[in-house]
Design a protein around this ligand. Structure first.
Ligand code: 6PG
Length: 252
């Protein structure tokens, strides 16, 4: 199964992903009258969230029918510049005025990341997702990839990669020890449609390793999204991240 890879000019990435998200959201809402969107953190998605908050998407998308979750969160205050919730608040929610989606952020005010993970899992199920195992799944998941191949806060060779029951677990970022709450691989892989967004020269090496297929998925967790799950996955790369792969769209 060949992966669905879109390599686009840097300046087109946000618009291309926003276009695809808007179209997919419309399809899901047509079918279910509600759409769950699992948001990526980090620095890449901000431009996409800003794009969604501007015409035409800001009026095309029925925000009141969306429910937003986070794929992972740093264990910091929601007002911290490190917070993925804060980043979404600044780039998207603050721009939507009265047209607000339902948001379900990780409660980082609780006493510990482990309590936060258990609480988040409970609240996801309360909203009707992953009630029986990982069914019904999230409708759409947006994910980034770290330079080490991590996705959400599922770092290489972490025990969280093997968790097959829980939706969320707590973990620490390698190196910094920063506590985090992350969706598990099993929960993310169950999502009905998954979009990866990878931008910048610093990701060219991990992108090359990812699609070369050399090495274990545990060592490069993004690789768990190739193979049979790949039919539900699209990889959006800008020309710098995809420099070692062949361009498919955008400026040649
Ligand atoms: C986080 C993200 C993380 C991110 C990758 C890529 O909380 O940092 O969820 O998984 O998607 O690290 O980050 P950049 O977009 O900043 O390169």
């Amino acid at each position: 199964m060949e992966p669905n890879i879109e390599i686009v000019a840097e300046r087109m990435l946000a618009a291309m992903v926003a276009e695809e998200l808007s179209a997919r959201i419309a399809e899901v809402i047509e079918d279910r009258d509600r759409c769950s969107l699992l948001l990526a953190g980090g620095t890449t998605p901000g431009a996409i969230y800003r794009r969604l908050a501007r015409p035409p998407f800001v009026s095309d998308i029925p925000w009141e029918k969306l429910i937003l979750f986070w794929g992972d969160e740093r264990w910091v205050s929601q007002s911290s510049s490190q917070s993925n919730y804060y980043m979404v608040q600044e780039t998207l929610l603050a721009e939507l005025g009265d047209n607000q989606p339902m948001v379900v952020p990780v409660a980082t005010s609780l006493s510990s990341p482990e309590e936060g993970a258990l609480d988040y899992e409970r609240r996801i199920r309360e909203q009707g997702y992953c009630v029986q195992g990982f069914s019904p799944p999230f409708d759409i998941a947006l994910l980034g990839v770290g330079e080490d191949g991590h996705i959400a806060s599922l770092f290489p060779n972490s025990r969280a990669l093997g968790e097959m029951e829980r939706l969320c677990v707590s973990c620490d970022q390698p190196g910094t020890g920063q506590p985090r709450v992350t969706m598990t691989l099993a929960a993310l892989r169950a999502s009905e449609r998954i979009y990866f967004i990878i931008r910048g020269e610093s990701k060219a090496e991990v992108v090359d390793q990812l699609f070369q297929g050399v090495g274990s998925s545990e060592a490069l967790p993004a690789r768990f999204f190739l193979g049979e799950v790949g039919s539900r996955v699209t990889w959006f790369l800008d020309s710098q991240a995809g420099a070692r792969l062949r361009m498919t769209t955008g400026e040649k």
